[in-house]
Design a protein around this ligand. Structure first.
Ligand code: 6PG
Length: 243
């Protein structure tokens, strides 16, 4: 069944960040004290701006320790490398939140990609509750590439929606950079999948994905939670062709 996504359009990326911040705080508040909320972060400049907004907001009265932090993909570089999604999240968000270190599950970008994909899959299996046989994240954030990629699932690798694994080692089609990525199966098992998309340069791909109906050309078109919510958060520039 193709779920009709909930699409919210905001005048500016700041308005989008304010909405997402409030949405996340509500989810944290709804999480019982003795439980946790699993959140998989995305890389990218749009998520980066939103993380910075959250870090600069009033973070004092939130039980951030309820969060378990993961990444939906990572570049295979050391954690102090400028390309690292961990480094970006650490600098823009995590430094401001009192999340216990044991609740932050970094992908080891410095490790052998093949073995790290296996190790991270095991970390997920150990820490994320299973629903119908698949680890089910509470929240997975996704940016959107101009080619329709999500996480590090690129258009030349759509088979990542048909593999039984949860994480795979892949290669960026242009740069050749090795990456670790969640697979389509793991992403679509989540309770909440949230796209964070801003900027005029994304208007074309947003229109192709949200208006063209079901397509097998773009990874983003195959994001369809099996039993969950799909929320597209767009600024007016990214949404200019779908209004
Ligand atoms: C990454 C992200 C990637 C990103 C998109 C959008 O590691 O880079 O996982 O999927 O979210 O490329 O990035 P921008 O928001 O910078 O366009």
């Amino acid at each position: 069944m193709i779920l009709q996504p909930d699409i919210k359009i905001f005048d500016t990326s700041d308005d989008l960040a304010v909405f997402f911040n409030a949405w996340l705080l509500k989810k944290i508040k709804e999480t019982p004290l003795n439980s946790f909320l699993s959140l998989a972060l995305s890389g990218g400049s749009t998520p980066k701006r939103i993380y910075r907004h959250i870090a600069n907001s009033d973070t004092k009265n939130t039980d951030w320790e309820k969060l378990k932090i993961f990444w939906s993909d990572e570049r295979c570089v050391p954690p102090d490398n400028l390309e690292s999604n961990f480094k970006m999240a650490q600098q823009e968000l995590l430094h401001a939140l009192n999340i216990p270190e044991e609740n932050i599950f970094r992908i080891f970008g410095e490790a052998d990609p093949y073995f790290e994909a296996i190790r991270y899959s095991r970390i997920i299996e150990t820490n994320i509750p299973v629903h119908k046989g698949i680890p089910r994240f509470d929240i997975i954030l996704l940016g959107l590439g101009e080619d329709g990629h999500i996480a590090s699932i690129f258009p030349d690798n759509m088979s990542l929606f048909n593999v039984p694994t949860y994480c795979e080692a892949v290669t960026h089609p242009q740069s050749g950079q090795k990456r670790i990525t969640f697979t389509g199966k793991l992403i679509n098992a989540a309770k909440n999948i949230i796209f964070l998309v801003t900027g005029k340069n994304k208007a074309g791909i947003v229109s192709k994905i949200l208006q063209a109906g079901f397509s097998t050309h773009f990874p983003a078109s195959l994001i369809n939670p099996v039993e969950g919510e799909l929320l597209w958060l767009l600024d007016s520039e990214a949404a200019e062709l779908i209004r």
